[in-house]
Design a protein around this ligand. Structure first.
Ligand code: NDP
Length: 324
């Protein structure tokens, strides 16, 4: 008889309560896969879009792309990872489970002195913050950047990656408590969402920001375009408030010859070299104390629905983790 494991799965799209605890066989790794015993798995906003049916998935759906744990079996063609090593990943699937499979080339080495919870919390939000500020629009000295959900997972890491290169960071948050967090992480200015385009213009002598990183989407995208300077870049990287409806490209002309992009992590981890470069940068920054990974809540795996509820309630700051 196969060994079994606890998993979280949904039989249909819906609210957090569609996430149910169940039992499945522990899977076997394919030739280029490794099997990981989950120590912690990260909860990410994308899983709420998938659970709710905003992004299509097949059922039964086991959420999760991110986790950290010990390698307990490897496929026949795996040479780069060995049984007994601790790895992390941002690019697995079905990680809301006591074990998960991941392609060997999507594994990330975890330093011996790194807390496994930090190693589970960092990959997806860290790699995202890294590609946004280093590659989508490479932020440098003298640039002014706006970031939404600035006290959240990606936002908080992005502030910390932008400050050391000499950028001015304008953080957007929804509460005074979150504003305080963003300031503590290094933001130069913090604005509420209400009429933030005017606030950004005031802070930049009317010019606007070089780049606006917008993860809130429907509720903010219009103002993000207005807050971007002539020939600046608006990066739409999420839709926490809903998806942005189609818009007239002529807007980009009337707002000042803007560049707009809608990237995903997969576009910026094209091969092992790119993935490992970003991960090494993040791990080094954590090791140097330049990057603080904030865990905003840990939940038993069986309480995945509560983690989703909390993330969607807009009350959380930092990373939420599920611990089997
Ligand atoms: P966060 O920790 O940032 O949590 C989401 C935050 O979004 C909330 O705390 C809240 O902060 C803000 N928010 C604004 N409007 C709403 C709303 N209507 N409902 C709920 N939250 C809202 O989550 P993550 O760091 O995991 O993800 C941040 C964003 O980045 C998400 O939109 C996600 O989809 C996106 N993302 C994109 C990736 C990509 O490659 N494109 C990869 C990873 C994440 P506040 O109250 O301050 O506004």
């Amino acid at each position: 008889m196969n060994e079994t494991m606890q998993v979280i799965s949904a039989e249909r799209a819906g609210g957090p309560d569609v996430l149910r605890v169940g039992t499945q066989d522990v899977p076997e790794p394919g030739p280029r896969q490794v099997l990981v015993r989950t120590e912690a798995t990260g909860v990410n906003f994308i899983e709420t879009y998938q659970r709710a049916g905003v992004y299509p998935v097949s059922y039964p759906f086991v959420p999760g792309t991110e986790g950290c744990g010990e390698v307990v079996a490897v496929g026949a063609d795996v040479t780069e990872v060995a049984v007994g090593q601790r790895i992390a990943t941002a690019e697995a699937s079905r990680t809301y489970a006591e074990h998960f499979l991941v392609d060997a080339d999507r594994t990330l080495p975890v330093p011996a002195d790194m807390d496994p919870r930090v190693a589970a919390a960092l990959p997806l939000q860290g790699l995202t913050a890294h590609y946004l500020v280093r590659s989508t629009f490479p932020v440098g000295p003298g640039h002014t950047a706006v970031i939404t959900a600035a006290s959240g997972g990606v936002g908080g890491l992005a502030i910390q990656l932008m400050k050391p290169v000499g950028a001015t960071v304008i953080a957007l948050t929804s509460t005074p408590e979150k504003a305080e967090t963003a300031r503590g992480l290094g933001a130069d200015h913090v604005l509420p969402y209400e009429d933030f385009a005017s606030g950004v213009r005031e802070l930049t002598d009317g010019a606007g920001a070089d780049v606006v990183y917008d993860s809130v989407g429907r509720a903010t995208f219009d103002a993000s375009l207005k807050a971007t300077r002539v020939r600046g870049t608006t990066v739409l990287f999420g839709g926490a408030s809903g998806q942005v409806p189609p818009f007239d490209l002529q807007r980009l002309n009337s707002e000042g010859g803007l560049y707009v992009t809608r990237p995903s992590l997969a576009h910026y981890t094209r091969d092992a070299e790119e993935r490992q470069w970003r991960w090494r940068d993040l791990v080094d920054a954590v090791g140097d104390g330049a990057l603080t990974v904030r865990v905003g809540g840990t939940y038993p795996l069986a309480d995945a629905a509560a983690a989703h509820r909390d993330l969607e309630s807009r009350a959380t700051q930092g990373k939420l983790l599920l611990i089997p």
